[in-house]
Design a protein around this ligand. Structure first.
Ligand SMILES: C[S@@+](CC[C@H](N)C(=O)[O-])C[C@H]1O[C@@H](n2cnc3c(N)ncnc32)[C@H](O)[C@@H]1O
Length: 352
């Protein structure tokens, strides 16, 4: 097995941020395009602790394409597959008549002796062609950004893992005030409160790997039972001019059990009073598909920041890196990633 068979999938552009987070958790990582690799022993920490990742797979090995499906027999299925559990093979670049079904049948025959798998979700296995070989990997977790608190999605919500990435990219560690004056469903503020309180993002999640019959199940549970690091949330304020969005933000904050730690109020962005102690102001303004309208919005955002938010750092999401030139102070738009199929730039700077 490879030295680092665990792959945390990460939105392209955010690999270094995701890797830095795993290093802080004590993992031994390697950055690859679209992901971060870690040893199998680090799997529980990756699953429970990554805020930025979007999914996790465990590589079991490689097989020759021309020896499928028989070559799958030699893989350690007993550590990941329970007797009677359904197998779902997903192919990437691997061709052959009825090959998925044949692979599924071979894998199912090599499940752990322990039965009861019929009640479990299917084990998803990826076969990804690389020249004449295929990588064989099992899914350990998917949709990692779903923390479980989002009951009310709002109109254009940011995924939780992207909000976490933006906060990390802006060096927000939970010790200074944070304001989101266009909060929508409250993703930035809620994620910030969870960071400040040291609550692990996957503390209550049932991952695909939580059902594996081997030792990992226990190790994941132990990781999940570790107490939250604690800490007190600084001033976290959210506002929006849309009452319905505020309803969503309040419902979400309550479900995430951070409602005592955040302040949510109705206000137009240009009337929000910054708290006395400067910190970070984050903005995910709405953007249309026409650049001209979008340019007007961002010029307005920049003007208000410049006039009212002196001494604050800012992080503003842009639908086009060229809009960065309107942002105040020395701005950097180095970080970009994909969100909902669209490219997004993060403009970071300080208002002096
Ligand atoms: C793209 S959404 C933000 C989504 C949010 N990050 C989330 O995860 O749900 C933009 C939000 O900005 C709000 N907004 C737009 N212009 C505003 C203004 N001038 N003042 C306050 N809120 C505004 C909209 O009501 C909308 O909720």
């Amino acid at each position: 097995m490879a030295k680092r068979p665990v792959r945390l999938r990460v939105p392209p552009g955010l690999e270094d941020l995701a890797a830095a987070e795993l290093v802080e958790l004590g993992c031994d990582v390697e950055v690859v395009p679209g992901g971060v690799l870690a040893p199998r022993a680090d799997l529980p920490k990756v699953l429970v602790g990554s805020r930025i990742g979007s999914g996790v797979t465990l590589q079991l090995g490689h097989v020759r394409l021309d020896s499928l499906p028989d070559a799958l027999r030699g893989m350690p299925w007993q550590s990941v597959l329970t007797g009677g559990q359904r197998v779902e093979v997903v192919l990437r670049g691997v061709r052959g008549r009825g090959i998925e079904g044949k692979c599924e049948a071979v894998i199912a025959r090599h499940a752990a002796k322990r039965g009861g798998g019929a009640r479990l979700p299917a084990l998803r296995v990826w076969l990804i062609a690389e020249d004449h070989r295929a990588e064989v990997a099992v899914e350990a977790a998917r949709d990692l950004w779903k923390r479980g608190w989002r009951t009310a999605p709002g109109r254009a919500p940011l995924r939780e893992n992207l909000a976490a990435a933006v906060l990390r990219a802006c060096n927000w560690t939970g010790s200074e005030p944070l304001v989101d004056p266009m909060c929508g469903s409250g993703t930035f503020g809620i994620e910030a409160a969870l960071i400040a309180l040291g609550r692990a993002p996957g503390a209550h999640t049932r991952f695909a790997a939580s059902f594996w019959p081997g030792d990992e199940r226990g190790a994941i549970e132990r990781e999940q039972k570790k107490p939250a690091k604690g800490g007190t949330a600084p001033s976290i304020r959210m506002s929006d001019r849309d009452t319905r969005q505020l309803g969503a933000a309040r419902a979400n904050a309550s479900r995430a059990r951070v409602d005592r730690h955040v302040r949510i109020e109705e206000a137009a962005f240009d009337t929000v009073e910054p708290p006395d102690r400067p910190g970070l102001v984050v903005l995910n303004p709405p953007y249309g598909d026409r650049l001209a309208g979008t340019e007007k919005t961002y010029r307005h955002v920049a003007a208000v920041l410049e006039q009212r938010w002196e001494g604050w750092r800012y992080g503003v999401l842009l639908p086009d890196g060229r809009l960065g030139r309107f942002m105040p102070g020395e701005v950097d738009t180095e970080i970009r990633f994909t969100h909902g199929g669209k490219r997004v730039w993060l403009a970071r700077g300080r208002i002096s």
